[in-house]
Write a protein that binds this ligand. Structure first.
Ligand code: NAD
Length: 283
């Protein structure tokens, strides 16, 4: 399908980033939030990021203005009625996502493709909330969406070839790198990265090294672009623990389970960069 209008549901960390890349790529974008204030705040954040791009010479003022003019927000789901593709980026809860997809099926055109940005839930289970699961796919962007090139395009059990092709075409027009994959827990990157990061945290205690030393080991010895403690702080310790629990629940592999040290940090509110303190302290 030739996509021109994209709906984004949930304009939090991921949804606002997805809306930004879509409007920058020339799509008309309508974002849906639960309150007008949240929609306005997301629009302001996107405007701020685009202004910074103009200041850095990465965009012209005209491009910024054109991108902002293609972006609207609504609190009313029926505002997505004429979208060709809707990307859902609300809270990571199966019940909330299934309810939303049921509603999306009611308000969207029958040929619209419905995508979820879930990190660790089953796309197939989300699709099963609709009577047209063939048009549901996963489009798993990485955080921050404007900067990270990868999008995993996830084929659920009943996704149609057309729906997958539409998602792949949009990823290409966004200038991102698509990796098509099947609907398996964690897809590709998180399936590998989450247990690996959990091992890194366990090694902290077993080898009795500091976060600084562990990061130095992995950047200098394994060529990682950033150390594991820096990466977990950036992802958010709460987000990482949540994804670990979800993968453990599905795969029952001990390495998937979040290390107690991370759970304790999450419970204490040490969430990493966003809370000012995690393995490191941020000012
Ligand atoms: N944060 C990450 O690193 C990351 C990376 C990839 C994928 N994801 C996935 O993306 C999704 C969103 O994550 P996030 O980090 O952006 O969360 P977030 O909490 O920052 O944003 C969620 C937003 O959705 C809004 N919302 C909730 N219910 C809604 C509804 N029914 N309609 C419209 N808006 C609604 C909330 O008001 C909030 O602004 C989750 O499924 C998450 O697993 C997150």
């Amino acid at each position: 399908m030739d996509v021109q209008r994209i709906g984004v549901v949930g304009l939090g960390a991921m949804g606002a980033g997805i809306a930004q890349v879509a409007t920058e790529a020339g799509f008309d974008v309508v974002g849906r939030e639960v309150t007008a204030d949240l929609g306005d705040a997301a629009t302001a954040r996107i405007g701020h990021f685009l202004t910074r791009k103009v200041e850095k010479g990465q965009r012209t003022e005209e491009e910024r203005a054109a991108a902002m003019s293609r972006l609207t927000t609504t609190t009313d789901l029926s505002g997505l009625a004429d979208c060709d593709l809707v990307v859902e980026a609300i809270v990571e809860e199966l019940g909330a996502k299934r309810e939303l997809f049921e509603e999306l099926e009611r308000v969207c055109r029958p040929d619209a493709v419905l995508a979820t940005n879930t990190s660790a839930l089953s796309v197939t289970e989300i699709a099963a909330a609709t009577t047209s699961p063939e048009r549901v796919v996963g489009m798993h962007f990485f955080n921050p969406a404007p900067l990270m090139p990868l999008v995993e395009v996830v084929r659920a059990e009943l996704s149609s070839d057309d729906a997958v092709a539409t998602a792949l075409g949009v990823v290409e027009r966004l200038g991102k790198v698509a990796v098509p994959c099947h609907d398996t827990p964690g897809f590709v990157v998180n399936r590998i990265l989450i247990p690996l990061l959990n091992d890194c945290v366990r090694a902290l205690d077993e080898a009795r090294v500091t976060p600084e030393a562990l990061d130095a080991a992995m950047t200098n010895g394994a060529g990682w672009p950033m150390g594991p403690c820096t990466l977990v702080d950036l992802v958010g310790i709460d987000v990482h623990v949540h994804a670990s629990e979800a993968l453990y629940e599905k795969l029952r592999e001990p390495r998937m389970a979040p290390p107690p040290r991370l759970v304790a940090m999450r419970n204490a509110g040490l969430l990493g960069r966003k809370s000012g303190r995690g393995f490191y302290t941020y000012t």
